[in-house]
Write a protein that binds this ligand. Sequence first.
Ligand code: TMP
Length: 204
Amino acid sequence: MYKKPIIVFEGIEGTGKSHHINNVTKYLEKKKIKYIKIREPGGSFNSEKIRRLILNKKSNFNVKTDLLLYLAARSENISLIKKYYKKKIILIDRFIDSTIAYQHYGMGVNLKIINMINKFLLNDIKVSFTFLNVVNKKNLFLRLRKRKSLNRYDQFNLSFYNKVQKGFLILAESNKKFYKIIDSNLDKKKNEDLIINQIKKIIK
Ligand code: TMP
């Protein structure tokens, strides 16, 4: 399908996206397939600095500042992405959909502005495929309780996360061909296999 795709893992907190991305890296390593893995916010040296600032529990930026910081973190990653674009598989733990889901659907920031700045940052860089991890309310509650104080965004409430997850689903449903929804309420091992099988199709 794509030789060196950009593959993104999205989803709200506690949906297992980081577990699955790590599982994919193990698979690629076993197969000796070259890849890079980044996360957002973070990934590159400067972007990790911005991550520490945004997610620090003592930070209390307003929603517009938050948006601009996430986008600033992305801007610092773009040169890294450009360097490997179409040369290596690029795995990203959160990307543009997170900004739309959290800042627009969750926090009500104007969508046009988010799309415009993303376009300004990405130019012709395109995501090839996205795995969207979803979770039901009961499991979300249980998982959030476990991770409660990891970072500032872990402290938002259930209704916020419902709005964000709905936003992710709107994005996935508007472009079904390029998304796979992973129901993380189901068996983890089965989901691992589902993702690896899809990865095989994407990179063949
Ligand atoms: P995580 O890396 O542990 O998933 O945490 C990152 C947090 O940042 C998570 O709560 C989602 C949030 N976030 C946004 O609100 N907007 C964004 O554009 C990105 C990339 C992340």
